[in-house]
Design a protein around this ligand. Structure first.
Ligand SMILES: [Zn+2]
Length: 230
């Protein structure tokens, strides 16, 4: 028997037991009276705005034309949001959500949406993450798995490292019999520029413990998530 939660994360998990303030989600980007206080959240917004203002000039734009007047502020706030993973504390994310439990079958959460930015071009890559683990006395609240993905996705990344960091974090805090993480992503840096391979997607995986050593366990997971990698 296995316990599968297809898309649970995005249907009803995301906000179920979030205990961290998500003020950045509600940032009122367009409020005209937003004061430039300098340091907000983890970014120095005022400094970032100056740099983006200058960037607009360098690429041949007029930052004073009407449509661009608020753009430096919006872009700065967007960067703050998209890189908020740097300021997230994994222990706070997992706060009170690890439970002693004798359940020892595979737990799978698949189709977790993620949005990240490649560290080479600072362009988005995005897709789905699929996570499985086999507990060894401890389980984690299911909505925490997408939160762990966010911690590592919301920063500059390479997909390979992000996948590995998610797996290693689950390994570290749950000490399960094994962890498997597969991510599938489209990279805007490939789609919009350079080779322009618009339909290619990149899959990376990280297998630890029984998922690394037992072919059957790994295959079972791959079958559940419908991956062609075996
Ligand atoms: Zn790139």
């Amino acid at each position: 028997m296995m316990k599968t939660h297809p898309d649970r994360s995005t249907i009803n998990g995301r906000h179920l037991d979030d205990d961290e303030p998500r003020s950045l989600d509600n940032a009122d980007e367009d409020a005209l009276d937003t004061p430039r206080t300098g340091k907000e959240g983890s970014c120095n917004i005022a400094r970032l705005e100056e740099i983006i203002h200058e960037t607009l000039t360098i690429i041949g734009e007029d930052p004073e034309r009407e449509g661009l007047l608020r753009t430096p502020h919006r872009v700065a706030k967007a960067y703050e949001f998209l890189t908020q993973g740097y300021a997230m504390d994994i222990e706070k994310v997992l706060n009170n959500a690890i439970f002693e439990e004798r359940y020892d079958e595979m737990v799978v959460v698949k189709d977790i949406d993620f949005f990240s930015m490649c560290e080479h071009h600072m362009l988005p890559f995005f897709g789905k993450a699929h996570i499985a683990y086999i507990p060894n006395g401890k389980i984690v609240g299911l909505s925490k798995l997408p939160r762990i993905v966010d911690v590592f996705a919301r920063r500059l990344q390479v997909q390979e490292r992000m996948t590995q960091q998610i797996a290693e974090t689950i390994q570290k805090y749950l000490q399960p019999q094994g962890v498997a993480v597969v991510t599938e992503a489209s990279h805007m840096c490939m789609m919009m520029r350079g080779v322009e391979k618009q339909n290619s997607s990149t899959t990376t995986s990280s297998m630890l413990g029984v998922f690394k050593h037992q072919v059957e366990t790994r295959s079972e997971f791959m079958n559940i998530i419908g991956s062609k990698l075996h």
